[in-house]
Design a protein around this ligand. Structure first.
Ligand code: ADP
Length: 400
């Protein structure tokens, strides 16, 4: 048994999960939140012990230092040397990575060069990597990319119809996101629900605060809804998803806001928040909808219809669909939103689902919500990106 840590460093948070591998047994998990604030939050769960403290968290280095001390203090490890490898989640790997890799100065440079494509994420990931490097300079670190799973798309699926010299010079194309999640849930589905059927056709809906839908043929991504950045695709918590590009130009002209200001609006004030005017959190929008709020209703219907558009598109792209997956915050927990999407596609795709079971499969439960006579099986599968990061990290450690 070897200890492997999966890390997801964000700009103001750092999540971690320590595993015993290859058993995939979780030893402990936790999070630092509000990094950079005097009232930062440090939480760690180990067996039935829960530790939580509010304290100043100046930067990621402080967090990693605190974590290492706590791991020893709680008796989780005797020495930090027991952690053989640290796997980092990286949002943007561009065209450079189609699988997880060892973190080397060269690979870190590439991640840095991709900051313009994921400014908040890649910058924070590098800070996380450096923080662990300075504490554990001899421990192997690996990088697992949200974009890697989508590297199997064909040019017709990832190229934008702009002048080709721009595509080539600036590597402008669809990269997608949530690849680790789509990979994980589709692997579970192929094994558990499709009995390793060859040429399986899966549409995976990762619906969280960010959402993406992916078409997966025989275990490989052929199309995905997010674009150059996680702004594209279906409507999300605060993001627009796909738009007629002239909306940008028109708003700038009418309001005198700058391109950057409108871009921020598209990223941070649109989606559920923008349409409902209530919240980016679909729970709040759902509550308002049940109280009769018209814009909350529109937001839910809009979200469902945009998701249905992509599912329809991918049904055609795949030449059919054996199985539709719902995962992530909304996909795993929100029966109302699943129903709204299914009601938009059920006639065309010949889907039949059980409303009672749909209402029951929430909060981390896994299961089939379609009925036996449904042409497409519909399954809720809780995602687990960390275990993929830990598996890849462990394999790279074993094969070095
Ligand atoms: P992230 O993309 O930040 O990892 P998650 O996949 O955890 O997010 O999804 C978080 C979102 O899921 C919340 O913002 C909320 O909109 C939605 N969500 C979580 N639980 C529920 C629920 N019970 N009902 C409706 N929406 C939910």
């Amino acid at each position: 048994m070897e200890k492997v840590m999966a890390v997801n460093a964000g700009s103001s948070s750092l999540k971690f999960k320590l595993y015993d591998m290859p058993e995939e047994k979780i030893i402990c998990s936790g999070i630092f939140e509000r990094i950079g604030h005097d009232d930062g939050i440090f939480q760690i769960n180990h067996n039935d012990k829960k530790f939580k403290e509010i304290l100043p968290l100046k930067d990621h280095h402080i967090c990693v230092d605190l974590l290492s001390k706590k791991l020893i203090e709680m008796g989780i490890v005797q020495s930090l040397e027991e952690i053989k490898v640290i796997g980092h989640r990286i949002v943007q790997g561009g065209k450079y990575f189609n699988k997880s890799v060892v973190s080397t100065p060269e690979n870190e440079k590439i991640v840095e060069s991709l900051i313009p494509l994921a400014p908040l994420h890649n910058k924070a990931h590098l800070i996380g990597i450096k923080a662990f490097e300075s504490l554990l300079p001899h421990t192997l670190e690996t990088l697992t990319f949200d974009t890697a799973f989508h590297q199997t798309m064909e040019p017709q699926d990832y190229t934008f119809p702009i002048p080709y010299h721009l595509t080539e010079t600036y590597d402008i194309r669809r990269y997608g996101a949530h690849g680790t999640s789509h990979q994980y849930v589709s692997e579970v589905a192929i094994k558990k629900y499709l009995n390793n059927k060859p040429n399986s056709k899966i549409i995976s809906c990762h619906l969280g605060s960010g959402s993406s839908i992916t078409a997966i043929l025989n275990g490989k991504c052929v199309a995905t809804s997010m674009g150059l950045t996680p702004l594209g695709g279906i409507m999300m918590g605060t993001r627009t998803g796909d738009l007629d590009p002239s909306v940008m130009n028109y708003i700038c002209g009418q309001t005198k806001l700058s391109v950057e200001e409108v871009y921020q609006i598209f990223n941070k004030q649109s989606g559920f928040l923008g349409v409902s005017g209530i919240s980016n959190d679909t729970r709040d929008v759902e509550n308002a909808y049940f109280k009769g709020d018209k814009r909350a209703k529109l937001a839910i219907e809009l979200f469902a219809r945009r998701a249905a558009d992509f599912i329809g598109q991918y049904f055609v792209r795949l030449g059919g669909c054996d199985l539709l997956i719902f995962t992530a915050g909304i996909g795993e927990n929100a029966a109302l939103y699943r129903k709204a999407i299914l009601d938009n596609i059920k006639e065309a795709l010949n889907i039949k689902y059980d409303e009672i079971i749909n209402n029951e499969i929430i909060k981390g439960k896994e299961g089939i919500i379609s009925t036996a006579s449904s042409k497409v099986m519909v399954v809720v599968i809780p995602t687990d990106e960390e275990v993929v990061i830990a598996r890849d990290a462990y394999n790279l450690y074993k094969n070095q």
